[in-house]
Design a protein around this ligand. Sequence first.
Ligand code: AMP
Length: 249
Amino acid sequence: MKVIVPIKRVVDYNVKIRVKSDQTGVDLANVKMSMNPFDEIAIEEAVRLKEAGKITEVIAVSIGAAQATETIRTALAMGADRGILVKTDEMVEPINVAKILKAIIDAEKPDLAILGKQAIDDDCNQTGQMLAALLGWPQGTFASKVEFDGDKLLLTREIDGGLQTLKLNMPAVITTDLRLNEPRYASLPNIMKAKKKPIDEKTPEDYGVTIKTHLEVLKVTEPPVRSAGIKVESVEQLVAKLKEAGVIG
Ligand code: AMP
């Protein structure tokens, strides 16, 4: 049984984002890039399924610039078996990513695709859902627990006020939520081993996909600067201030 895990190279979540002065986007010059955190969780889950003997192969796929090879190497060091880099320098919207992933899945015939629930750069939360629709596969989004039940998949989702458990037929698409697992750090020996694992290099055209743009980002702005707070001397003063601000009646 094979699993495909799409991983995106994004600005590291610890980086303090700077907006370009012309407001056309985020400044990426000399900024640390890493694997999207939800995709690390997806790789971890796939590797755990492999370690538990439930699946046999984990394929990490990234669509993006040549540097996304580093992101794939990280996935290989965490335990993925091989990688596919679909190289493009264009901005790839989720529908384009989903079309490329569908073509890879048609060729590789995995039993499961595990994606992150969202990429922390575009916050789209679209690719997994679009991929499931293009494939006609069942989808379980925002998974906080994944188990096999014979040839089906039991998936727990965190929903408002509780948990929902779904039974999915396979093949299926699932997307990861934050609490699914805690991704491992790659050990030095595994980082060394990962250097020998294969990465196929492809282009969107190899999969018959022409990247199309459907959206134009009009502008990106910094969040408003918060004004400084004040220190109150007593509970009475705090209550008075809260009343003044209309927070309490
Ligand atoms: P999004 O719909 O952009 O929020 O992304 C959701 C998920 O789709 C990510 O967590 C990844 O698993 C996958 N994904 C999105 N863009 C890419 C990409 N360029 N390469 C590989 N996987 C991607």
